[in-house]
Design a protein around this ligand. Structure first.
Ligand code: COA
Length: 177
């Protein structure tokens, strides 16, 4: 893979995303129906990374913007293409999009034992906020809630508290990015 092309995901990408979901998330993988719903859901923005040589979809990621903050819904890189910058590029696209939308912060949940994702998120400035016990089902695995403040001064405490409350409300929405 000499170059990477990033574009919006479309319905034709669903089979490749379903395959990668199964390989990357196992029992916690989203169903085909969930993926189709997500791609056209309100406030959602999904992108795919393609191998510039072969056109193969090698990664995907999605964001939800609720008018205040953005939530990383998911991010994944095909097993055969990991550790080559795909995930970092996709996360960068999501953060750029969140800034363009005027989001105050970006939120996400990540399994406490997911070292690759934790390293990726912390390397771009996400901070751990709290622990959600049993967040991932059926594995019953715990999740860190993480947050990246996009406000320039990072000092608007009241907005931060509102974001935290909305993160609580979204705990049942099923995001895992
Ligand atoms: C997390 C994930 C998307 C990273 O994708 P990737 O394309 O391999 O990531 P990149 O090559 O861009 O690496 C970016 C950073 O992630 C971290 N990272 C990636 N793989 C790692 C590993 N195996 N161990 C430790 N850190 C790792 C590093 O900080 C890395 O930066 P560096 O290469 O400068 O050290 C990928 O591992 C994945 O798809 N995992 C399964 C799905 C998943 O767990 N998604 C996250 C849900 S919260």
């Amino acid at each position: 893979m000499t170059s990477l092309v990033v574009r919006s995901l479309c319905p034709l990408d669903v089979p490749a995303v379903v395959r990668m979901e199964g390989e990357l998330f196992g029992a916690g993988a989203w169903s085909r129906e969930s993926i189709v719903e997500e791609l056209s859901g309100p406030g959602r923005w999904y992108v795919g990374a393609l191998d510039g040589d072969t056109g193969e979809l090698v990664g995907y990621a999605g964001l939800w913007f609720d008018g205040f903050d953005a939530q990383v819904m998911t991010i994944g890189t095909d097993v055969a293409h990991q550790r080559r910058g795909v995930g970092r590029r996709l996360l960068g696209e999501l953060l750029d999009r969140a800034r363009t939308l005027g989001a105050g912060a970006v939120l996400l949940e990540v399994r406490v034992d997911n070292e690759p994702a934790l390293h990726l998120y912390e390397s771009v400035g996400f901070e751990r906020m709290g622990l959600r016990r049993g967040y991932y089902q059926p594995e019953n695995a715990d999740a860190w809630t993480m947050r990246l403040d996009l406000r320039r001064d990072g000092a608007d405490q009241r907005a931060g508290q509102r974001a935290d409350q909305r993160a609580d409300q979204r705990a049942d929405e099923g995001d895992r990015g």
